[in-house]
Design a binder for this molecule. Structure first.
Ligand code: UD1
Length: 436
């Protein structure tokens, strides 16, 4: 079965370039079909969630060209009003962005309910509340489709009950071509919300306030073509920063926006790492055992829930007791069971994990429970003594491009293998590299 084999114990060192943000690329690709003109989008990461969304927009009539690995040229002129449903659409969370973009474009959208990582209940009541406020009729029909339709969409004043990235983005897309003005209060401020807004504005939308909690949208009649480059991935960058710290390494992460990484940098410094920032890179150096701390996940600019597993891996190796509180999703500690197989001392009580630092992990057979926890467990395996086999890597491939290759470039012993023979060869090569 396809899995990663890892020989741990090598400090990561060197330089690595970060790709485009998956969570910005998903809504931007969904929004690209709202124009009837060609839209060029660069710096799109080559990961399975993106390929699934591209498949979905092609199925409903978008013309998609793919001139190089990270660029798409999309023309939404012939996008139909057909229901959006296929196996790939149901797999990814980001497919729900097609509700907002199709409702905005055609005033009707029928989309299969989204899937995504199993990290707890993920309701879409705030999305629906926003669509309804704009005048849409929204209902569910078998087999699990959401239908939203309106004769016309009219700007409205919407107060979000929870800070939701997905709902903020979906409502922006529905409101962009509505009649009149829309105000979204208690909006999400994540960098990918800002990126989506910058993209829409480059197509002629009139949106102000992205990055604050009040977003104002003046409806326009149509959107034109554009060329746009996606922001660097905050979570991919963060994963490499924490991997550097967990392996007591020295890694420079390039092509980033350091401002987006501030809360991660602050935590790394707090536990004893050195972090040096330049205009578009951060260098993380850890050369001693780190200290404990407490962390609570919060909407941006707080500590991101998507980095919660990665910091727990690090705190599991730090001196003393740390408390990690998850306040966004209720089921995001499934990886703790896997981590204890590697020798961690941690227990979960409700929405907190209590972690007593140990001096080292040992390699084990583990399963990736979801995307971010999967990547975090790989970093635990890199820090561990001995070999680990990591299964269910399809989760990791949803959001990390060339993850093993990038880690190998930093000196890690990791390979993707699909048979006992491939595993034997990988292990031989690791031993040769270590001895050599
Ligand atoms: C997005 C990201 C995900 C990240 C999360 C929080 C994508 C594809 N996924 O997910 O990686 O972990 O933001 O930064 O970009 N909620 C409601 N009602 C709603 C919508 C959300 O109660 O209608 C709740 C959720 O259950 C959760 C919280 O709001 O407790 C935040 O969720 P949200 O920001 O919407 O996350 P996603 O957009 O699904």
């Amino acid at each position: 079965m396809e899995h990663y084999v890892v020989k741990g114990g090598n400090p990561l060192s060197g330089e690595i370039e970060i790709g485009g943000a998956k969570n910005a690329a998903l809504p931007i690709l969904a929004a690209s079909i709202m124009s009837d003109k060609p839209v060029t989008i660069e710096n799109v990461p080559d990961v399975s969630d993106i390929r699934a969304l591209i498949g979905a927009i092609e199925e409903i009539g978008a013309s998609v060209q793919h001139p190089d690995r990270h660029t798409y040229v999309i023309n939404g002129e012939n996008v139909r009003r057909d229901p959006v449903d296929s196996e790939s659409v149901r797999k990814i969370r980001g497919s729900y962005y097609l509700i907002g973009s199709l409702l905005g474009k055609h005033k009707v959208a029928e989309v299969a309910l989204p899937g995504g990582c199993n990290i707890g209940l993920r309701p879409i009541d705030q999305h629906i509340k926003g669509f309804r406020a704009l005048g849409a009729d929204v209902r569910m029909i078998p087999p699990g489709h959401v239908i939203a339709e309106a004769d016309e969409l009219i700007g409205s004043h919407i107060y979000m009950d929870v800070v939701s990235v997905g709902a903020t983005i979906n409502i922006i897309m529905a409101a962009v071509m509505a009649k009149g003005n829309t105000i979204i209060e208690n909006a999400a401020k994540e960098p990918h919300v800002v990126d989506l807004v910058n993209f829409l504005n480059s197509m002629g939308a009139r949106i102000r306030g992205a990055g604050t909690d009040v977003i104002r949208i003046r409806g326009v009649e149509r959107l034109h073509g554009t060329e746009y480059s996606i922001i660097p991935d905050q979570i991919e960058a963060g994963t490499f920063m924490f991997a550097a710290a967990a392996t007591k390494g020295d890694v420079t992460i390039t092509g980033v926006i350091p401002k987006h990484l501030e809360c991660l940098t602050a935590k790394l410094i707090e536990v004893g790492c050195e972090v040096m920032e330049s205009d578009d890179s951060v260098r993380v150096v850890a050369n001693k055992r780190l200290e404990h701390t407490n962390v609570k996940t919060l909407p941006y600019p707080g500590f991101p829930t998507d980095m919660q597993p990665q910091i727990s891996i690090l705190l599991g190796l730090s001196r003393g007791t740390s408390i990690v509180t998850e306040s966004i999703f209720e089921n995001r500690f499934k990886y703790i069971d896997e981590l204890t197989k590697m020798g961690a001392s941690a227990r979960v009580e409700g929405n907190t994990a209590i972690i007593e630092g140990v001096s080292g992990y040992t390699g084990a057979n583990i399963k990736a429970p979801d995307l971010r926890a999967g990547a975090a467990l790989v970093t635990a395996a890199l820090a561990a003594n001995g070999y680990s086999d990591i299964y269910d890597i399809h989760y990791i491939e949803r959001g990390y491009e060339d993850f093993p290759e990038k880690l190998r470039a930093l000196g890690a012993c990791i390979a993707k293998v699909n048979s006992a023979e491939e595993e034997r060869r990988a292990v031989n090569e690791f031993n040769f590299r270590v001895v050599g």
